[in-house]
Design a protein around this ligand. Structure first.
Ligand SMILES: [Zn+2]
Length: 77
């Protein structure tokens, strides 16, 4: 009796067996889409952890200069 699984990417039914080369995916395309989704997710988490890092002295100095410049513009008139 064949075991049927659903492709995680497109929900197509796949017969689980040696002939289903990309199981549980229905095709290489769906397998790559799923891998790509994982990679994107990891990339997003990496970005977030970067944002959680405290600012460096250099970044603080640049922000100070940015705000100082805006104040000068604001008081010009
Ligand atoms: Zn599929």
């Amino acid at each position: 009796m064949a075991t049927i699984v659903k492709c995680p990417t497109c929900q197509t039914e796949v017969v689980w067996g040696p002939e289903a080369a990309f199981r549980p995916f229905c095709s290489d395309r769906c397998r790559l889409i799923d891998l790509g989704a994982w990679a994107a997710e990891e990339h997003r988490i990496a970005d977030k952890s970067l944002q959680d890092q405290p600012l460096t002295e250099q970044q603080l100095t640049e922000l100070d200069e940015l705000f100082a410049g805006q104040d000068a513009e604001f008081f010009k008139d």
